[in-house]
Write a protein that binds this ligand. Structure first.
Ligand SMILES: [Zn+2]
Length: 142
């Protein structure tokens, strides 16, 4: 007489049916729309912590004072680095004296000063043209 096989549990999200926390996370996470710059941030050679910070910057979701204000939090905003202006993403990345000195130092070390000026100019021009860019670089996101 042939003996019946015992029932076994299988995890459907995996082809082999084996459970893993990675596959569980993938199954339940909230997947947004994939943006064209996805691969520049999320890849195998960028540490996940750096990728998460880059994603926040790219997508305008960095935790700035301006972003907090847009969510209804009342606060007196001042750049923590220079103390001269309100804190928004554009100031932190491009306008702050500290950022300027940091970019210049990096540009000198890694020989991209010319490219940095082009990027800074492109950002400045895009803020004048694109409503989305204005929203992102004003520390928005949402
Ligand atoms: Zn500043």
């Amino acid at each position: 007489m042939k003996r019946a096989k015992e029932d076994t549990l299988i995890w459907l999200p995996e082809l082999k049916g084996d459970f893993s926390t990675a596959s569980a996370f993938e199954a339940i996470r909230n997947k947004g729309v994939r943006v064209h710059w996805h691969g520049a941030v999320w890849n195998h050679f960028t540490h996940p912590k750096l990728a998460a910070n880059a994603w926040k910057l790219y997508s305008g979701r960095a935790a700035t004072d301006l972003a907090a204000k847009k969510k209804g939090i009342q606060l007196a905003s001042k750049c923590k680095l220079c103390g001269q202006q309100e804190e928004d993403l554009n100031h932190l990345l491009w306008q702050c004296d500290f950022a300027d000195k940091t970019w210049n130092w990096w540009g000198g070390k890694f020989k991209f000063r010319g490219a940095l000026e082009i990027a800074r100019d492109a950002m400045s021009r895009s803020q004048q043209v694109s409503p989305l860019s204005k929203q992102l670089w004003a520390g928005g996101g949402s």
